[in-house]
Write a protein that binds this ligand. Structure first.
Ligand code: M6R
Length: 613
């Protein structure tokens, strides 16, 4: 959580950092701050709340001829979201400033120790101890002082440090929190918590690893190991994303833009990976040999939030088509149960960001237990792929809206490909079937592309009867049960309506007691293998006067006899219905949240990348 931006170079500092923070605001928006160094003096601006509050107090600073500085957007962990707790934080002298993402776990004892030594604290944050610790160790050499300070620290950090005594240098370091460098001969040196702030200036990216520190100047960067103190040679990678991908491009919200980007994201994820002639699937970065694959007896899927819903769908696919037993875990639970994992288990983590702390901790544990690790991930070079044996990248491009949309459907596409791949290797699916299902995967993208604008208009009208509801239920069966969970998550996180997803058949075991004439229930009822059962379940809801919205297959007139509010979707291969049926659920959440005037892209209390456990 929290976003860090740093810059040293020929450009004016404030616009670079402000723009960078805008591209990172999805990581947290409890407060924001910027510091720059000009004529030997540090100038700091901080404000609670969203970035626009900071922007409004910085109008005069925009043109300041400063060329080095740091910025931060905060998701509060220690200390309330006030201006006093906003980063950057300073030492006693005011000559050292620090921005930080992560949690300093032993900050209490460090703070007490520093107070005893005479340091004065101005905030309640864990971060401030870093500024004072560096001050304590500073003896003319900032790198040495930061290194000594970090040796005392337990926990996670990505931090940027600026000191008046070295007016042309930023120091940054990371441990368990993401940090990337952007380098460009003319533009200078950049650092950020994620790639989007760097995109307008450079496509040359260096991913810092844990326990690394960088000394960054406008024309150089030297990376050191915090463990050995030695220089670490790292090459920049060329990133294929461009600046436009991280902009709204005429849409009102990133979420809506990303909903509309789904057809392309699915096509990009599938393209070139399945041979239309023989149905053979190539997942080149997965790095599993045929021998590795032959030895797999079970698969564990581990993820959080929306990515966990993708895992739930994949369990149906993998078990059905590749015949391998699959267990699905919420990452934060996975770590704390007895894990019967060994080298015969393949652990697949699913993560848009590749940085989610719970998922990362889960894969580290599974790796220790001897499992091979594969990541389904959207961010090239993020921490998880770097620690795993292999990766299947989704090609959704940067996802900025806090509510995950295109990352989810791309994860489903990647997981479906992975299923075909396994089925091919295990000999459980014939080539003809793989060719057919591979084509269907592309077909679903085309179907979504065609239906999107009409569907959005239809849903916008429909939600007039539902947008001020207090609660909502989503129900689905089989492959669409996880989509009911996903629909409920989307609605609650962006509209703040209490929403739950249930397996349709589970309603009668308790939740049906909730149903009355004020309870809207969205039922996913495509013409699939469990259609008749799903219909019986929605009839039970109707009998109790629930407000039913049904989403089903074009031409299914029966649905109209159950309720007036029916959304029809084209008939596709039923295996791929989870991808298709996600779209109306996303749009419903989007339209309701917009109608209620909610901040769709930045819902309260949330951050996109959850890098604390
Ligand atoms: O980056 P990850 O996929 O690991 O993130 C997992 C969850 O934090 C994420 O899916 C979250 O649930 C989204 N806000 C859902 O829209």
């Amino acid at each position: 959580m929290c976003g860090i931006v740093g810059y040293v170079g020929r450009r004016r500092l404030v616009p670079v950092v402000l723009e960078g923070l805008k591209r990172l605001e999805y990581r947290g928006y409890d407060s924001a701050g910027i510091v720059y160094l000009q004529d030997g003096k540090l100038t700091k601006y901080r404000s609670e709340g969203k970035l626009q509050n900071l922007e409004s107090i910085m109008e005069e600073a925009i043109g300041a001829p400063a060329h080095i500085g740091l910025g931060h957007t905060r998701w509060a962990t220690h200390g309330a979201p006030t201006t006093e707790n906003a980063h950057p934080h300073s030492d006693c002298s005011g000559d050292i400033v620090v921005v930080h993402n992560g949690i300093i776990e032993n900050y209490h004892s460090l703070r007490n120790e520093l107070i005893e030594k005479g340091h004065h604290f101005a905030s309640e944050t864990d971060t401030e101890v870093l500024a004072h610790l560096i001050e304590e160790y500073l003896d003319g050499d900032l790198r040495a002082a930061v290194t000594k300070a970090l040796a005392r620290v337990e926990g996670s950090y990505a931090l940027g440090v600026l000191w008046t005594g070295m007016p042309e240098t930023l120091i940054a370091a990371r441990n368990h929190s993401p940090l990337v460098l952007g380098v460009h001969e003319e533009e200078g040196g950049f650092l950020a918590s994620d790639i989007p702030p760097l995109l307008p200036y450079t496509d040359q990216i260096i991913f810092l690893d844990d326990q690394e520190l960088v000394v960054l100047k406008s024309d150089s960067h030297i990376i050191y190991s915090l463990v050995t103190g030695e220089v670490v040679e790292k090459k920049a990678q060329t990133i294929s994303w461009n600046a436009g991908m991280a902009e709204k491009g005429g849409y009102k919200h990133f979420m809506l833009k990303e909903i509309y980007e789904q057809p392309q994201a699915i096509i990009d994820t599938v393209s070139g990976r399945i041979n239309p002639e023989n149905g053979s699937v190539t997942l080149s970065e997965m790095n599993l040999s045929d021998e590795d694959l032959a030895g797999i007896e079970r698969i564990f899927l581990v993820a959080c939030g929306t990515s966990w819903h993708a895992a739930l769908v994949a369990k149906y696919w993998i078990e059905r088509w590749a015949g391998i037993p699959v267990e699905v875990d919420i990452a934060s639970e996975f770590r704390y149960r007895t894990l019967l994992i060994d080298e015969k288990v393949l652990t697949i983590a699913i993560s848009q960001s590749g940085e989610t702390a719970d998922t990362l901790a889960g894969i580290r544990l599974a790796k220790e237990l001897g499992s091979k690790i594969v990541i389904i991930c959207n961010v090239v070079g993020s921490t998880m792929p770097r620690e795993a044996h292999g990766t299947v990248y989704t090609h959704a491009g940067p996802e900025i809206g806090v509510a995950s949309t295109k990352a989810f459907t791309s994860q489903l596409a990647a997981l479906f490909l992975f299923t075909l791949y396994l089925a091919e290797k295990k000999g459980t699916m014939e080539a003809g079937k793989r060719i057919e299902l591979g084509k269907e995967l592309i077909n679903v993208a085309r179907v979504i592309e065609e239906m999107l604008p009409i569907l959005q208009a239809e849903i916008k009208e429909l939600i007039e009867n539902y947008y001020d509801s207090r609660d909502f239920l989503f129900v689905g069966r089989g492959l669409n049960f996880p989509i009911a969970l996903e629909g409920a998550l989307k609605l609650k996180e962006i509209s703040y309506i209490h929403a739950e997803g249930y397996a349709s058949g589970e309603l009668k075991h308790g939740p049906i007691a909730l149903i009355d004439k004020d309870m809207p229930i969205l039922g996913l009822t495509p013409k699939d293998a469990v259609y008749q059962k799903s219909i019986s379940n929605v009839e039970e809801i109707k009998a109790r006067q629930g407000l039913l919205i049904l989403i089903g297959t074009e031409g299914d007139a029966h649905l109209k006899s159950i309720t007036d509010d029916v959304i029809y979707l084209p008939e596709i291969h039923e295996e791929l219905n989870p991808i298709l049926y996600t779209i109306p659920a996303q749009l419903l959440a989007y339209e309701i949240a917009s109608r209620r005037g909610c901040d769709v892209d930045q819902p309260r209390n949330l951050a996109k990348s959850v890098t604390v456990e």
